[in-house]
Ligand binder design. Sequence first.
Ligand code: ADP
Ligand code: MG
Length: 476
Amino acid sequence: MKKNHNDVWKSCLTIIRDNIPSTSFRTWFIPIVPIKLERNILTIQVPSAFFYEYLEEQYIDILRKTLRKELGVDAMLEYSIVVDSNTSVNSKPYTVKLPAKDNINLKGQPVSLPLSNESQIKNPFIIPGIKKVHINPQLNPEYSFKNFIEGDCNRLGRSAGYALANNPGKTAFNPLFIYGGTGLGKTHLAQAIGIEVKARYPEKTVLYVPAHKFVQQFSEATRNNNRNDFLHFYQMIDVLIIDDVHEFAGKEKSQDTFFHIFNHLHQSGKQLILTSDRPPIELTGLSKRLISRFKWGLSADLQSPDYYTRVAILKQKVYNSGIELADDIIDYIASNIDSHVRELEGALVTLIAQSTFNKKTITIELAKKIIDKIVKQTKREITIDYIQKVVCDYFEMNIDVLQSKTRKREIVQARQIAMYFSKNMTNSSLSTIGSQIGGKDHATVLHAYKTVNNLVETNKEFKSYIGDIEKKLKFY
Ligand code: ADP
Ligand code: MG
């Protein structure tokens, strides 16, 4: 009797199960659904493009072996990737063909994302026969993968970035959208990918540009009447890294131009890497069509490092700086400074500088003294006054206006936001908060608190304001 796709896949799974850890098996193989078997081609359905990439990275050998055992040396594997309608322009699943043959570099097979090759647009600016000029990629060699410590806080972004560097423009991670709070390693990771691509493919043109610089270059080009050169330049890039894309907010002309560059590069199989301080959907001030492009590939967030990652980062920085630091000192720093990596580094640098200038050896006592001082500065207590100041700065309004009796909508809202943060971030009672913010009573504060909570849940734009203000309150 002829085998069907279910039988074949079941036999494969029996072998795979015995050869990989059971947690990996559960994570990566149980969700796979065999779809069909046509001659020697088995099609399996995987839940996402990331899944596909991961299988290709980690399990292609065992897949190949088992399939060959079942279907013979001509066995072929085809993936059907379920593309979530949120992350794609077309909600139908699409398939990726992957012949399982040794002489084909399986990892090199492109995922055909919607809007791929067939509709490729020729670049009107590139003249055939002209060689690419050398472009300085603007990469800082310090920001390499070697110097980037992996932890739970950054694993997805790091592995996706690493996989992508192997195959720029040819993975489903296009664009790779890295987001997270300040000092968590977005710039470092984005640059590491660029450095890795350059190391593997020296002939590829890689370019790192902070978004604000792109905006600057664009307005200069406009002023000097050479927008075409500007476009032409960007369309030659193989791997384009734009850092801090939230800085495009409100810059409509630059966004338009970037939109065209994005499309051109994406359609030509070039790689885009973007970073931002928030996820695509929260990018207020950016055009819808640009945001929708940002969601095409993979969005990966970076979070605050946990204790072990903090220790690993410190150890590496200590090692790189050529000094020695006892483990209890490292432990002390890692336990007390827990916000972001930049602060961790800052503490270390201060410690080293103090000991060098004062010609003191770094003892745990010295470390404690210095670290406690840093912690005190950064963990300065958040007061109701301070919250009002930050909220007023954010909305560019005067603190007297905030505290006045006016019922103008924007002002009422700013006042409510100040109340909300005061309840969340201070230990003050509702009536204290009310009396300090415009002489209101505790019921008004409670109402404000509920209103803000509701708005955060229902209004994305509002939520992003709150996120911005919260960051300002925490980090500055
Ligand atoms: P962001 O761009 O998110 O504000 P950066 O990439 O500038 O953050 O990182 C801040 C500092 O922390 C940099 O010096 C960077 O090298 C360091 N850093 C961040 N994450 C890591 C990590 N995982 N391993 C080692 N160093 C890191
Ligand atoms: Mg940065």
